[in-house]
Design a protein around this ligand. Structure first.
Ligand code: SF4
Length: 108
């Protein structure tokens, strides 16, 4: 359990930066996802969100600061990872919302 998990105590979504946003705002298409993910910058539950999306192979929308394309690339690069929460906890990344290219490279 990392400090973010301990802080949210329960459903991580209640502490999400995007909790008051229109849900559709994160389910835009194509290049608009790069703008949409700005809300993820500094999100206190980013790792939980990204782990959830990667672990459940969620294809659509912005999750954990990564676009659909970036998550697909990460999953392709790391087919060996079965527990994304543990993996991301053990391999701290910089905020992928701030620099997704660097974040996905580090996880490779
Ligand atoms: S990382 Fe982004 S999509 Fe995930 S909970 Fe935080 S703000 Fe919402």
């Amino acid at each position: 359990m990392n400090s973010n998990t301990a802080r949210v105590c329960g459903d991580w979504r209640v502490s999400a930066n995007c909790r008051h946003d229109e849900p559709d705002s994160l389910f835009v298409r194509g290049r608009h996802q790069r703008d949409a993910r700005a809300v993820c910058q500094g999100c206190p539950v980013l790792i939980e969100c990204l782990s959830h999306a990667l672990g459940n192979r969620i294809e659509f929308g912005v999750w954990g600061g990564l676009t659909e394309r970036e998550r697909r690339a990460l999953l392709k690069r790391r087919p060996d990872v079965t527990d994304w929460s543990a993996f991301l906890g053990a391999n701290p990344m910089i905020d992928p919302a701030a620099d997704p290219a660097r974040a996905t490279r580090r996880a490779a």
